[in-house]
Design a protein around this ligand. Sequence first.
Ligand code: SAH
Length: 291
Amino acid sequence: MTTAPHFTSAASLPTQSTYQSRVAEYWNAEENPVNLELGKIDDLYHHHYGIGPADNSVLDEPDPTRRNDRITAELHRLEHAQANCLADHLGPLTATDRAFDAGCGRGGGSVVAHLRYGCQTDGVTISAKQADFANAQAAKRGIDGQVRYHHRNMLDTGLPTGAFGASWNNESTMYVELELLFAEHARLLRRGGRYVVITGCYNDSYGRASREVSLINAHYICDIHPRSEYFRAMARNRLVPVHVEDLTEAALPYWELRKQADHLVTGIEDTFLTAYKNGSFQYLMIVADRV
Ligand code: SAH
């Protein structure tokens, strides 16, 4: 029997979903002082929250300009402590190792990891503007040979399989499907490699997401996952949790201080504090091994 060749034309596929385009637009346009003014202090740009005890004496500073500067510096110190806490759990890495920073923002986390371990890092963000900014910062530091940023989707990075000794998400998992994300981490990590995530998640032992969690989702155009989803998706993707830490208590001083920083507030501060305090929302670190 002969059959006539039958060709189906490929459907045209958008390079990214409408949702992902909206997220990219958000981060391309984002210029919040709480992200830029803090980073300017030492060119470490973090777009995540802080942890640890705060020095609230900065609020008593009588000179208004100096007061603002001191509050800014204190919030930056707390954010940097969070980045260090994540980096602490990536090791041991050496200068020959590569690390992958998924949803890298303006790049601070990759620089922290590189300065700590000497490792090479690849950061990926869906915002072209952030990737350009972060690459310019790395060049300015003279580390652009080892610290690189890419405008790509973290679910489909095109980076080489099994080439990474460590990888992480710092407050960027709420933008993607965890199954797809962890599959990509499992692909990129070598066996025995280390994965770390710090994230807000909702406490699904208490049921569905609370009103505060929904408000946070609307504020950032994200979709906060329930806690159990992390462990389920890890188990299905060869990621075995070896350390789980509830950072909720440690995050409160940062939010209490930020709430009083009139020059930096974004309007979401009270919502975070209520969500953390009523137990519906948890700031969690999960450290996992790729087996
Ligand atoms: N991890 C950084 C930034 C956190 S902000 C830090 O700690 O400073 C969230 C980041 O996730 C933004 O950079 C945003 O561009 C990125 N992001 C969201 N969805 C993404 C996707 N699908 N692929 C790559 N990056 C994404």
